[in-house]
Design a binder for this molecule. Structure first.
Ligand code: AHG
Ligand code: MN
Ligand code: MN
Length: 332
């Protein structure tokens, strides 16, 4: 047959993949599957809005600040609305806490799950066409379905996540997620409007030669371990890569191997990254892919959250690199 007429297979779409995983559990009611599909749908809408950001007047600041005091941009707000709406209409999530809101929203339904989300990560990169992302964590609610949600439903340790993922709006758009049994990555096929399995069973290389840190703030870092570690990296021939979009920095290190560091600084004495919206999801994904994520003294996933917008230092990535950083800190 003429080569051009061979119908090559499309591959496994996200919907089919989720369904096949659900079928492995005969008693699963499909609620988590539906919730993941709702998130995927919202991410497609956000992807569309990001792609046309330069064409319509949705770029730039909206003139408000979010809880952490960052300038909110229109796309932050739009993404928040898209994900909240998809989840509330989907009916499987009982509520949501987003980086963009002070407290959680109760959808007042019978859903068993709650979602913590950074709807748009790396927002300072929007105006300059650099990769941005979405980060999400899914937990089973602690209180009884059908009753009022409480803070307790959201203040759960990362180990309690039933699923977590990120979407990277990059040179291509990807959705990467885990339900605690490995990590799978899907690339968005725009003409089909479908995510297609492109990175099955992702593994973070156990070693690497990339470090990612906002080194400009180094003199502010209270912990001398970091400086010592970076000096060692330089001696060992590392290269530095820092995008300033956490999802993009982590994704690159997941593929190429590397370590991402965001320590406490004088500007952010307790670290900048948010435990519930950013760190827990990425820690679960990286650990599920064979890497490590720590706050310097404890696994990120084992931190007991006390506040919805709590921040933490985070060191995350290839196992050997994180171990060697922790080794440096023992030399204090
Ligand atoms: P967000 O856009 O959701 O507020 O997150 C920005 C975060 C994260 O994506 C990135 O790694 C970090 O801020 C960059 O911080 P610095 O500019 O301080 O390096
Ligand atoms: Mn973020
Ligand atoms: Mn954000």
């Amino acid at each position: 047959m003429e080569r051009s007429r061979i119908a090559l297979p499309i591959g496994i779409t996200l919907d089919r993949f989720i369904k096949s995983k659900q079928d492995e559990y005969p008693n699963a009611a499909g609620e988590l599957s539906q919730l993941l599909r709702d998130i995927a749908l919202a991410s497609k809408v956000v992807n569309r809005e990001i792609n046309k950001a330069g064409l319509v007047d949705i770029m730039g600041y909206i003139g408000q600040q979010n809880e952490a005091g960052d300038e909110q941009q229109k796309l932050d707000v739009l993404a928040h609305i898209r994900f909240s709406r998809a989840l509330s209409k989907g009916g499987e999530a009982a509520g949501i806490i987003s980086e963009e809101t002070e407290t959680f929203t109760d959808f007042k339904n019978k859903g068993k799950y709650v979602v913590a989300i950074d709807p748009l990560d790396g927002s300072s990169n929007i105006d300059v066409n650099v990769s941005i992302g979405t980060i999400f964590s899914i937990y089973k609610r602690k209180t009884k379905p059908g009753t009022k949600l409480t803070k307790k439903d959201f203040l759960q340790k990362g180990t309690e996540q039933v699923a977590a993922g990120y979407v990277l709006y990059g040179s291509s758009t990807m959705l990467v997620y885990t339900t605690g049994k490995g990590v799978n990555g899907f690339t968005y096929e725009t003409t089909l409007g479908e995510y297609v399995l492109s990175h099955p069973q992702m593994k973070c290389p156990s070693d690497g030669k990339i470090y990612s840190i906002n080194e400009a703030g180094l003199q502010q870092y209270s912990d001398p371990t970091i400086e010592r570690y970076l000096t060692q990296c330089k001696k060992d021939g590392f290269t530095a890569r820092y995008i300033g979009s956490l999802v993009a920095d982590i994704h690159r290190n997941m593929i190429k191997g590397g370590i991402f560091l965001y320590p406490a600084t004088s500007k952010y004495p307790k670290g900048k990254l948010r435990l519930l919206f950013e760190c827990n999801a990425l820690a679960l994904i990286v650990e599920q892919a064979g890497g490590l994520a720590t706050n310097g003294s404890k696994r990120i996933l084992e931190m007991e959250p006390t506040g919805l917008h709590q921040t933490t230092p985070m060191y995350i990535g290839s196992k050997q690199l994180v171990k060697s950083l922790l080794g440096q800190s023992k030399k204090k």
